[in-house]
Design a protein around this ligand. Sequence first.
Ligand SMILES: NC(=O)c1ccc[n+]([C@@H]2O[C@H](COP(=O)([O-])OP(=O)(O)OC[C@H]3O[C@@H](n4cnc5c(N)ncnc54)[C@H](O)[C@@H]3O)[C@@H](O)[C@H]2O)c1
Length: 204
Amino acid sequence: MKDESSSRLTVVHPVGQYNVIVGADVLPRLRELAGIVGPVAVVTDSHVGPLYAERLGETVCLVTIPAGERHKTLTTVQSIYDDLLTVGLDRSGTIVALGGGVVGDVAGFVAATYMRGVRFVQCPTSLLAMVDASVGGKTGVDLPQGKNLVGAFKQPTAVLADMATLTTLPPEEFAAGMAEVVKHGLIANPDLLDRLMIEDLRLD
Ligand SMILES: NC(=O)c1ccc[n+]([C@@H]2O[C@H](COP(=O)([O-])OP(=O)(O)OC[C@H]3O[C@@H](n4cnc5c(N)ncnc54)[C@H](O)[C@@H]3O)[C@@H](O)[C@H]2O)c1
C-alpha cells in the first residue's frame, strides 16, 4: 500500500503479520500507524534520544541507555525493567525501540520478557536497523563470552522507518548499512544491485 508520505510492506510470520512502514516523517504518527492504544514506553540511546524522542509524542516513560554495543547487556536489560516498574507499566503497555540495532535488540528482549511479554514496536534509526535488524523478530543481548548469546524471538506489531532520521546518521554507520543492502543485492536481488549501480554513476 502507498499513501502520499509513506509506503508499506506486510511481513507474514508463523503466528501473524505486521507492517513495515517507510516514510519521510512517520515518527509523529506512531500511535496511528502502529495501532497503539495503551501507554507507551520508549527505549532509546544517548545519541538518538535527544534528537528524535520528542517526535514520538506522549510517553509514560523514556528510557535512555548509553549508546554502543558494549551496553547490549543483561545489566542494561535489568535497568530498563527497573524503569518500567517504577512507572507501573503493565501488560496494556507497548515498548517502542527508537534507535539502531543495539536498541532494537535490547528493547525487543525486554518486550519479550517483561511481564511475560508486552507489545513491541520498532522505530529503527540506523540504515542497518532499517534494512535488517528491525525485521524478523530476533532480539537479545551479549554475554562476556560472546555476542547475542541470550535472546528471544519477539515479533514487533509494527516497524516504522523514518527516513528523516538518516540525515544525522554518521557516514560510517550509513556505509555499514549500505554494505548490508549490497549484500542483499548480490545474494538475492539483481534489480536492487542495478539500481544501486545507477545511483553510484549519478554520484560520479
Ligand atoms: N536482530 C537482528 O536480526 C539483527 C540483525 C543485524 C544486526 N543486529 C544487531 O544490530 C546491532 C548493530 O546495529 P547498528 O549498526 O544500528 O548499531 P548501533 O545501534 O550501535 O548504532 C550505531 C551508532 O549510530 C547511532 N545512531 C543510530 N541511529 C542514528 C541516527 N539516526 N542519528 C545519529 N546517530 C544514530 C547509535 O547511537 C550508535 O552510536 C548489533 O548489536 C547487531 O548484533 C541485529
